[in-house]
Design a protein around this ligand. Structure first.
Ligand SMILES: [Zn+2]
Ligand SMILES: [Zn+2]
Length: 244
């Protein structure tokens, strides 16, 4: 097995495994990490069990988008390419950044749509049953939401060149961000991170206040659309529509 094949086959499960392990350790050693816990209490055991089941099922529904990526790459459709050397490693890194930007735009507007009353009730409410997310909540969502979630990656292939390996890295980045955002612990919130990125703290606020902080990786769209908050808004503020 070549080095590249090794990375392609094991990068995704390795990153996800390490993050899950790290997050579970924070739960096991919760007393030591108590000062990093965002909401001081823990959700009921029944809720954790339900979230685990749904999160484990979710990868099944990512299949259509992964299959579409494979199909596009195999038949050389769009701008997919196979070897990093074709455009160089500099472009490879730039393409990963572009993938996160496309995903953020796709996810923000899809997420806003899922918060319209009918779609929220039928689909997105499954994810919002957890008002105090844990690492087990990371993919606890309606199967249709799981299926729609990763379609931004095949979308990228028709916009700009994307290497096969970038597909794997992008899926790993999606997972990593989902695990971090739902961990219930905040380790990386600084003035700079909360200025540009969706932190665990800001996504936790989304689960508490519901109609704010819709972004995935960066908070650009939340900033532009006035939906970014840094604390749970009061009922009066929510009523006045300061948070859409
Ligand atoms: Zn939501
Ligand atoms: Zn969430």
């Amino acid at each position: 097995m070549s080095k590249l094949e090794f990375v392609e086959n094991f990068f995704f499960p390795l990153i996800v495994g390490v993050l899950l392990l790290f997050s579970l350790l924070t739960v096991i050693f919760r007393k030591r990490c108590a000062n990093k816990k965002i909401q001081k209490n823990y959700p009921p055991f029944k809720m954790c069990l339900r979230d685990t089941g749904l999160s484990l099922l979710a990868p099944l529904f990512f299949f259509p988008s992964a299959l579409l990526c494979y199909y596009l790459s195999k038949h050389n459709y769009g701008f997919s390419y196979h070897a990093i050397a074709q455009y160089g490693s500099g472009y490879f890194i730039v393409s990963l950044f572009l993938i996160t930007l496309v995903h953020d735009t796709y996810y923000y507007w899809m997420h806003r749509l899922l918060h319209t009353p009918w779609l929220f009730k039928k689909i997105h409410a499954v994810h919002h049953r957890s008002r105090n997310p844990t690492v087990l909540t990371f993919f606890a969502m309606h199967p249709l939401e799981s299926a729609l979630m990763a379609f931004s990656i095949p979308l990228c292939v028709v916009i700009f060149p994307v290497c096969d390996l970038a597909f794997n890295v992008a899926y790993a980045m999606y997972m990593a961000q989902a695990i971090y955002a739902h961990s219930g612990f905040e380790y990386f919130k600084t003035h700079t991170t909360s200025r540009y990125f969706t932190t665990s703290h800001s996504h936790n606020l989304h689960h508490q206040a519901v109609r704010c902080n819709y972004s995935y990786f960066y908070n650009i769209w939340d900033r532009c659309c006035g939906t970014l908050v840094s604390q749970v808004p009061s009922r009066e503020e929510a009523k006045l529509g300061r948070v859409n």
